[in-house]
Design a protein around this ligand. Sequence first.
Ligand code: TIU
Length: 231
Amino acid sequence: MMIDLPARPFAAQLAGDGHTALVVIDMQRDFVEPGGFGASLGNDVTLLHSAIAPIAALLAAWRARGWPVLHTRECHLPDLSDCPPAKRERGHPSLRIGEPGTMGRLLIAGEAGADIIPALYPAANEWVIDKPGKGMFWATGLHERLQAAGISHLVFAGVTTEVCVQTSMREANDRGYDCVIVEDATESYFPEFKRAAIDMITAQGAIVGWCATSSQVLAALGAGKNQHLEP
Ligand code: TIU
């Protein structure tokens, strides 16, 4: 069963019967809360907060259907053996990956900051993919898991639009998945970069994929407004 979805630049389809996964990228305290990695780079983390309620609504709709949900976390092993020096040494952050912040060591698996924010915390049956890169396929084995689960379509939410969301969506597109980014369920520290990333993704006949709003996705799923949850 295919589900029609009004979208940009033209109508899309989602695969029903659990073949469309909701992908929530890196809604971690380290990006969304003060004192984490995002703040260490000089960013205003409050710019990401408007995505939380739309993501909660999408999670509720997927959970109500028993459809697959996957959450990613950008993080590294405590010994940093999976963190290339080029990544750790880049730029002039106030703290580097692995250094102690107010939520533990920045972007280190198992630390409080690397975990998902409470409002969007994964359910026990949902996939949680720890990824050392910006993209969700590098060094994760995710493609094989998605293939084994029969997942053909991916609906993207999370942060940040032009970094980990865009990288993951491009990687997914190259692996043959049909991808939709949910405009109000993704955010960036740079509003102009969010706009540009979505424009790039959808240009040239949806060259990377489609863009829809959370209301369009929920309506297409028949979820209706009563599925909206407060964060
Ligand atoms: N800095 C920034 O915009 N993003 C990241 O470093 N990672 C993610 O996007 N998750």
